[in-house]
Design a protein around this ligand. Structure first.
Ligand SMILES: *[C@@H]1O[C@H](CO)[C@@H](O)[C@H](O)[C@H]1NC(C)=O
Ligand SMILES: *[C@@H]1O[C@H](CO)[C@@H](O)[C@H](O)[C@H]1NC(C)=O
Ligand SMILES: *[C@@H]1O[C@H](CO)[C@@H](O)[C@H](O)[C@H]1NC(C)=O
Ligand SMILES: *[C@@H]1O[C@H](CO)[C@@H](O)[C@H](O)[C@H]1NC(C)=O
Ligand SMILES: *[C@@H]1O[C@H](CO)[C@@H](O)[C@H](O)[C@H]1NC(C)=O
Length: 430
């Protein structure tokens, strides 16, 4: 392991921190001089609280990741993932289901981290390799839960894709009818991430949970080739059908709760408008529309080219910005990942399709209580949660997360997030 070069670190960090402190921008010690990597590393580290990682291995990878170098982020996590996999496979350790569960959960997360910044070339073999690894590792882990997790594939009534889901029973008692969380992620994260952020906290509090992925999300995008669709009820309705048909003996059907994380704040709100069987919806955080969030990541001069309708010039400017290193990590990632997730090679098409992802026309149809989370440091959907809450009126409970829980989706503050959500659910559903 390399020792940090203190003079280099000081040069990299000091100017940033001084500005940051004066603006109150960073509530935590930065794990990278690159704010995108800092955030991503916090997500990797944050799920240590539910066995998704271990602290010093992540900090050690963080130390070797070169700011702005997306290959180095992937490479350091690839190394950590394979090293941890070797430990998971060691028969001297694998005798114990707790070792198995915790080690494979971490292996799975490290492969997902390695997968984060490799969408520049859709033919890159690592896109398949790391996903096969993360899935197999995760399956080993959930087989070792007290009630083993159960992978489920659900065919929707419309659409050219298969929903991928994982059911987590909350009790070994076959007669217990428990409240049930239905959890969907957003633009990039996987249902395996949802286990750590929402399912483990739900199981600990006596809930069942099911996570799901639809078009555009990591496993469905790989298996069906389908990109994101705005009419997300075509994904959630079949998941609710499945829960009520297959798990009715263990589900309290008066307390079905939908959760949407990140861009899933849009997806869940959209589905909630078409799903009367839900008792509550939780948005972490509130999303009004996707277009302003995507467009807001780029230089107004580039966005103006799109708005003026010169799509050839726009595509060229965007693609070269991401590839040349001219864009900051977040902007480059958002474009490359977005093109893949929306299954288009054209940034202009990504922007145009993105305009359909707004709840403006359907928000009034939501007929149940909604927790609308907001974050003081929200970097994609700033101001949108308040707008969602205002439109919902008395159906909304608006909550601003601040201080060290102020990052997008409360990354790194999983306990604060969970206790806030479940306290609200207790008040709302009981
Ligand atoms: C970026 O990281 C990769 C992988 O670690 C490395 O091979 C490459 O030299 C780095 N590039 C720069 C410009 O530092
Ligand atoms: C459905 O998806 C498959 C797999 O990507 C593709 O081959 C097929 O053409 C699609 N069909 C329609 C009707 O879009
Ligand atoms: C679009 O931009 C390109 C490159 O700058 C330019 O050659 C072309 O004339 C523009 N097209 C229109 C319709 O403005
Ligand atoms: C969040 O915390 C900061 C720093 O303590 C404070 O300045 C700000 O007013 C707080 N924001 C909210 C919405 O509470
Ligand atoms: C809800 O909170 C009350 C205290 O206000 C507690 O007695 C009760 O057990 C809680 N119920 C659940 C299901 O968490």
């Amino acid at each position: 392991m390399k020792l940090p070069n203190h003079s280099t670190l000081a040069l990299l960090l000091l100017p940033t921190l001084t500005t940051a402190q004066s603006q109150n921008r960073f509530p935590t010690l930065q794990l990278s001089a690159d704010p995108a990597f800092n955030f991503q590393l916090l997500t990797a580290l944050g799920i240590a609280t539910t066995s998704g990682s271990d602290i010093t291995p992540v900090l050690s990878a963080a130390q070797d990741i070169i700011p702005s170098n997306r290959s180095s982020y992937s490479e350091e996590f690839r190394r950590l993932a394979y090293a941890t996999k070797a430990q998971a496979e060691d028969p001297a350790l694998a005798y114990d289901p707790v070792n198995v569960r915790d080690t494979w959960f971490a292996v799975s997360n490290y492969f997902r981290q390695a997968d984060t910044y490799i969408r520049g070339d859709w033919e890159d073999p690592r896109i398949a390799e790391y996903w096969i690894e993360q899935t197999a590792a995760f399956d080993n882990a959930i087989a070792a839960l007290a009630v083993p997790g159960e992978r489920v594939r659900i065919e929707p009534t419309e659409g050219n894709f298969t929903i991928e889901a994982i059911w987590y029973g909350g009790s070994k008692d076959a007669a217990a009818r428990l409240p049930t969380l239905i959890v969907g992620n957003g633009y990039d994260a996987a249902q395996e991430d949802s286990y750590h952020n929402y399912v483990a906290p739900a199981l600990a509090r006596g809930w069942n949970a099911i996570t799901y992925e639809g078009p555009g999300q990591p496993t469905v995008r790989r298996n069906s080739g389908a990109g994101f669709i705005p009419n997300w009820e075509t994904v959630v309705n079949p998941v609710v059908d499945w829960v009520l048909a297959e798990k009715s003996s263990v589900v309290d059907e008066t307390r079905l709760t939908l959760v949407g994380n990140s861009f899933g704040g849009y997806l869940a709100a959209r589905a909630a408008a078409f799903e009367p069987r839900l008792a509550a919806t939780v948005l972490i955080g509130g999303v009004w529309d996707s277009y302003t969030a995507i467009a807001g990541q780029y230089d107004p001069e580039i966005v103006a080219i799109y708005e003026a309708g010169n799509y050839t010039q726009f595509d060229e400017a965007m693609l070269s910005g991401a590839e040349s290193g001219e864009f900051e990590t977040t902007s480059a990632w958002m474009l490359e990942h977005g093109l893949w997730a929306f299954a288009t090679h054209s940034p202009a098409e990504l922007f145009t399709v993105g305009k359909a992802f707004t709840i403006a026309d359907v928000v009034h149809q939501i007929d149940h209580p909604v927790f609308v989370g907001d974050a003081e440091l929200e970097n994609y959907y700033a101001g949108q949660a308040q707008r969602v809450a205002d439109a919902l009126g008395e159906k909304a409970t608006y909550h601003m997360f601040n201080g060290s829980a102020a990052y997008h989706c409360q990354t790194g503050a999983g306990h604060e997030l969970s206790r806030t959500i479940f306290a609200w659910l207790n008040q709302t559903l009981y």
